[in-house]
Every structure is written in structure tokens, then in C-alpha cells.
Write a protein that binds this ligand. Structure first.
Ligand SMILES: [Zn+2]
Length: 351
């Protein structure tokens, strides 16, 4: 058994290092999640935090932040690194016996630049027309209509759709925040698409599957997304070396500036991301008169911060407000020539 003390290495906290006692660390389901989160980041963090957990100080964490910023890492990525590390510490601290004697104080989160990518209806229609495959068209339309997350869509099973009720149900556990929710499909086109996706499939099969393969569910939909976005003008491929646009060739890409023919790993995608659909879906709902509360229920947002973060306000609300502001005075009393016409006469001594 592990003794409360000062002997744990940071790498052992969430069982990510193979050293020492880590092997004997029994992980709870939450522990496994933290471990996965930290695992992918540990490669770059381990040089910095290769020490005993008790030796980690706030200064040390700050130094890590500065080092990451010097390397040009995005604030959002640094925040994710630190939050995974913090969770690992917290798990170790909250266990009995404690695996660390105290939690280090973590510095405040860095400001993140929230993406403001919205996909307008016309842009979406273009994107949709360039989408290939029934599964991908359905995925796009579901994402843009209800704001489903990519993971939720890819994990969706045939049995979650009811063609009689015209509903899609997301069960507890299938969603990111572990809350069940369901949506009603009104659009006939979308309804037919989903129905077509279910055709000839068993109830426990994935709703979205590549048509030409019998095999496995889709793990990665990014290829399809990139291709459709590039064709629809919502994204482009750039050269990893010089960051300049590349032209598509028969078997890859070509960079004018570097004069090289490039393959998949030498280019990077720059443009709209799938999550933009989710943001846009929420905005569309609210702008089209769905209340914030219902929009949150449909999209599965737990807090209304999404509305603040992206400044989403219903057009109808703004119009209503503008009318009310203007209605304060029956007719406009302002004109460019005179100060105020028929202005309220102030009586002396009544200021
Ligand atoms: Zn280049």
C-alpha cells in the first residue's frame, strides 16, 4: 500500500509513469480519464516536472507557463496542460491515505482567445453541397441543426433514432456532460436522411457509417471535413514549412514558395472546424426565436456562458429593445439644425 508522504513522483500521481509505485496504483474511472488527459501531454511536461510531487511549487508551474509561451504554445493548450496536472494532483490528494501531503497552488488560468467562427446559412449550404457520402451529409446537417458535438454524432447508434416519434435521444453517458437529452426532427429532408442512414442496419450499429465499408464505425471524420471545407471555400491547406497556400495536385499538394511536392504530413489545414457548426446552431436557434433555455437543452450546454462568450442575442430581442428605446418619445424631437424642438420647458427653480 502507498503511504501518505513525500515520495510520490509527479509522473506517478495519475499512474502515468511506469516508475515505482505507479503499477500498484488502482485507478478509479475518473482516474483513468485524468490519466488519459495527462498521458498525451506528459511527453512535453515530463522534462519540467520530473521530480517528486512534493517539490512542485507555484513558481515551478509559472516557469512552465513561461517556457510554453516562449515556444509559441496557445494559451488554451497551456491551460489544458495545467488543468490535467491539477486534476492528477487533486486525485492523489483526495485519496486515502493521501498520496501527497498538500496540493500546490496553481496560477490563474490564462486568457484564451475564443474562436468566433460562425458558419452562415449560405456557407453551410455550400459546404453541404460539397459533402460526400450519406453519413457525412447527415452528420453535417445534424450538427448544424441541433449543435451535436462531433463525438456525440460519431457514437450515435441506430436505436437512438425513433422514426415514429421523429426523435433522436442522447442517453446519459453518451453526452459530454453526462446528461440525457433529445431532439425532435421537423425538417423532412433531415428526417429522410437519418432514416436512410438507419436502413438495413441493426439497432446497435452506428448511425453514421461509411457506405462502402462493412467495417468499423468512423473514428475520425476530419478528412471528410477538411475536404468539404476546402471545396466550399471555408478552409485551405497550407505548407507546414512556409505556411503559404498550397495547390492540390493529383497525388498531394505543391508549394510554390518552397518548390516542393508535398504529402499529407507536410501540409496543415487552416479554416473552419466542426465545432463551428455547434456554435452556429446555437446562434441560429436563438436568432430564430428559440429561448436561451430551450437552446441550451437542445445543444446540451449546461451554462449560458456560450451566449455571453459569443455575444449571441436574438435579433428579435434587439429589435424589441430598439423599439422600446425609441418609443420613449412618441416622435423624434431631434433634428440636425436645432438643438431640441419642442423640448421640455424647464421651469426655473425646478432643476
Ligand atoms: Zn512551402
Amino acid at each position: 500500500m502507498l503511504v501518505a508522504g513525500r515520495r510520490e513522483y509527479v509522473g506517478c500521481l495519475a499512474g502515468i509513469s511506469s516508475a515505482g509505485s505507479a503499477a500498484s496504483l488502482r485507478l478509479t474511472s475518473r482516474g483513468v480519464k485524468v490519466r488519459k488527459q495527462l498521458d498525451s501531454k506528459w511527453e512535453r511536461m515530463k522534462r519540467h516536472f520530473d521530480c517528486r510531487a512534493s517539490a512542485v511549487s507555484t513558481d515551478m508551474i509559472r516557469k512552465y507557463v513561461i517556457e510554453c509561451q516562449k515556444k509559441g504554445m496557445a494559451n488554451a493548450s497551456i491551460n489544458r496542460d495545467l488543468s490535467a496536472l491539477k486534476k492528477a494532483f487533486s486525485l492523489a490528494y483526495k485519496s486515502t491515505p493521501r498520496k501527497i501531503a498538500a496540493m500546490p497552488v496553481f496560477p490563474k488560468k490564462l486568457d484564451e482567445n475564443a474562436r468566433h467562427g460562425f458558419i452562415e446559412q449560405a456557407e453551410f449550404d455550400k459546404l453541404y453541397s460539397h459533402a460526400e457520402g450519406l453519413w457525412f451529409k447527415t452528420m453535417l446537417l445534424l450538427g448544424y441543426t441541433f449543435g451535436f458535438r462531433r463525438g456525440e454524432l460519431l457514437a450515435m447508434k441506430v436505436e437512438q433514432f425513433s422514426s415514429v416519434e421523429r426523435t433522436i435521444r442522447l442517453w446519459r453517458g453518451a453526452t459530454k456532460n453526462k446528461r440525457a437529452r433529445h431532439v425532435l426532427i421537423e425538417d423532412e429532408g433531415l428526417y429522410q436522411l437519418v432514416r436512410a442512414c438507419c436502413e438495413g442496419k441493426k439497432t446497435n450499429e452506428p448511425l453514421l457509417k461509411r457506405e462502402n465499408t462493412l467495417s468499423a464505425p468512423i473514428v475520425d471524420s476530419r478528412e471528410s471535413w477538411y475536404r468539404a471545407c476546402v471545396r466550399a471555400g471555408l478552409g485551405k491547406f497550407v505548407c507546414l514549412e512556409c505556411k503559404k497556400d498550397v495547390t492540390e495536385t493529383e497525388d498531394g499538394w505543391h508549394c510554390e514558395k518552397c518548390g516542393n511536392d508535398l504529402i499529407k504530413h507536410q501540409v496543415t489545414y487552416d479554416g473552419a472546424i466542426f465545432h463551428d457548426l455547434r456554435r452556429s446552431a446555437v446562434r441560429n436557434m436563438v436568432c430564430r426565436g428559440v429561448s436561451e433555455k430551450v437552446a441550451m437543452e437542445i445543444s446540451g450546454h449546461l451554462t449560458r456562458s456560450v451566449f455571453d462568450r459569443y455575444d449571441i442575442t436574438a435579433d428579435s430581442d434587439l429589435r424589441e429593445a430598439a423599439k422600446k428605446i425609441a418609443a420613449g418619445r412618441e416622435t423624434s424631437v431631434y433634428s440636425p439644425n436645432v438643438g431640441v424642438q419642442n423640448g421640455v420647458q424647464r421651469q426655473s427653480g425646478n432643476a
